[in-house]
Design a protein around this ligand. Structure first.
Ligand code: PHE
Length: 451
């Protein structure tokens, strides 16, 4: 058998995994949730959950990948045949997410193209975004372009593609985020936004706060979809696993925090302190922010920089999605990297087209008022991910036992400082919370509650 590829250094691993974690979720969802659910209180709750719950699940997934040297399906199956189904469910998540995530990636490239060619004013028009996404060929064209970028990098492999690109893109992303955040803070009226973001406002805190922080954490750290298992399978034994996870957490949470500083003050300055201008999702990024940029003196440049950084964030996440799918097919069928990459590209193009057309010619397809893209998002994020995470915890906590993976963490230098916490969280705390997350996200998807 051919030797499995690996990341050449700890830095390469940490940046690639951070590239997966830092994505659209950090930029268009985190700031909104933080502002809505209690400001400083939300930030504190999120931080506590990240260093306990997030740390535990990420450590477990990476250790599972490194121990078995396999992607999700094989990793579960090789340790207990009865749990192969968890690997299969986990693998379904990136297969569903990758196509529609790339459709959105295409929108990002389109907006970059518009801004860089001086189209700020156009992009700020009221119907510009809806006109664009309801088209037939244009959004599909940009989707293909985004997919091409991703596929070429994955085709180049773990060291020469993913690691190399992450080492260039991730530091640039940090610098660009800081530039925009600093500029945003200088705008008139920005401080009101900063206060709204950072000051605790307890009246907005409830049980829903914790659940939404938890759900966000999950998605943001790319957990429960086999990604960290796959990346772990490319991690060398002499790379310290525990400290790598800490660094990825700092990266991911740091960028989410900065994204808030980048977006909230600017939106407040633009809206004259009207909180309702701040919304989540595509509306924020493609409708509100272009208007905000249009109102700035340096809007053309700031907008262009913004879409470059969002492109890097989305691309590095898409790479991790595609690599995970490719490695599943390679492990399962013994395919070459090239063959598997071509197959995954064609499959994902085919699945992404309906997601794109769902806003135009296929807009008659809807369920609970959700478009095709939103339905894919709902099934993968709100239903499959909590189920996969729940069974992962049960599998590790009660079948193979926490110690099996703790030993893997210790393989580098014999230490695992947070072993006690990891054991308690994976056996008891996480499974209970995951059942609650699943119930609440299904209830909100079906319209019973709003998150
Ligand atoms: N973690 C990414 C984010 O915060 C989202 C993502 C989900 C990336 C699934 C890859 C896979 O946006």
């Amino acid at each position: 058998m051919k030797k499995r590829s690996s990341f050449t250094s700890k830095l390469g691993f940490v940046l690639a995994a951070s590239g997966s974690a830092v994505g659209l979720g950090n930029i268009w969802r985190f700031p909104y949730l933080a502002a809505k659910y209690g400001g400083g209180t939300f930030l504190l709750i999120y931080l506590i959950l990240a260093v306990t719950f997030g740390f535990t699940l990420m450590t477990a997934e990476i250790a599972l990948g490194r121990k078995t040297g396999l992607s999700a399906i094989g990793a579960f199956k090789s340790l207990d045949r009865r749990f192969g189904f968890v690997g299969v469910l986990a693998s379904a998540v990136p297969i569903i997410i990758f196509p529609y995530y790339s459709v959105i990636g295409g929108w990002v490239i389109k907006y970059f193209a518009v801004f860089v060619t001086g189209g700020v004013k156009d992009a700020a028009g009221d119907t510009y975004f809806t006109d664009f996404i309801s088209g037939t060929f244009e959004p599909i064209g940009w989707f293909f372009v985004f997919m091409a970028f991703t596929a070429v990098i994955v085709l180049c492999g773990v060291e020469k593609g993913i690691e190399k690109v992450s080492k260039i893109m991730m530091p640039i992303l940090v610098v660009l985020t800081i530039i925009i955040a600093v500029y945003g803070l200088t705008l008139d009226g920005a401080m009101e936004g900063v206060a709204y973001y950072l000051k605790p406002h307890m009246s907005d805190v409830s049980a829903v706060t914790i659940l939404s922080a938890m759900g966000q954490l999950f998605y943001s750290m790319s957990l429960a979809m086999g990604i960290m298992i796959t990346y772990g399978s490319y991690m060398k034994k002499d790379t310290n696993l525990e400290s790598s996870v800490r660094q990825i957490e700092i990266f991911d949470t740091g960028i989410a925090f900065l994204a808030g500083l980048m977006i909230i003050p600017a939106v407040f300055a633009f809206s004259g302190g009207d909180r309702s201008a701040l919304n989540a999702g595509p509306g924020l990024m493609f409708m509100t922010l272009p208007k905000v940029f249009n109102s700035m003196k340096l809007g053309g440049i700031i907008g262009t920089i913004f879409f470059v950084l969002v492109f890097f964030a989305a691309l590095s996440s898409a790479i991790s999605l595609m690599e995970t799918i490719v490695s599943i097919f390679r492990d399962k069928f013994g395919w070459s990297r090239k063959g598997a990459s071509i197959f995954v590209t064609v499959l994902s193009l085919a699945l992404g087209i309906p997601a794109s057309l769902g806003f135009g010619p296929l807009s008659f397809i809807s369920w609970m008022n959700l478009s095709v893209l939103d339905i894919m998002d709902f099934i993968s994020n709100s239903v499959l991910m909590p189920i996969v995470a729940f069974f992962t915890c049960i599998f590790i906590g009660f079948i193979i036992r926490p110690k099996t993976l703790a030993d893997e963490v210790k393989a580098t230098d014999g230490t695992f400082k947070a072993e006690g916490m990891y054991t308690v969280v994976i056996k008891w705390v996480a499974p209970i919370f995951l059942v609650l997350i699943l119930a609440s996200s299904i209830a909100s998807g079906l319209g019973f509650i709003t998150i």
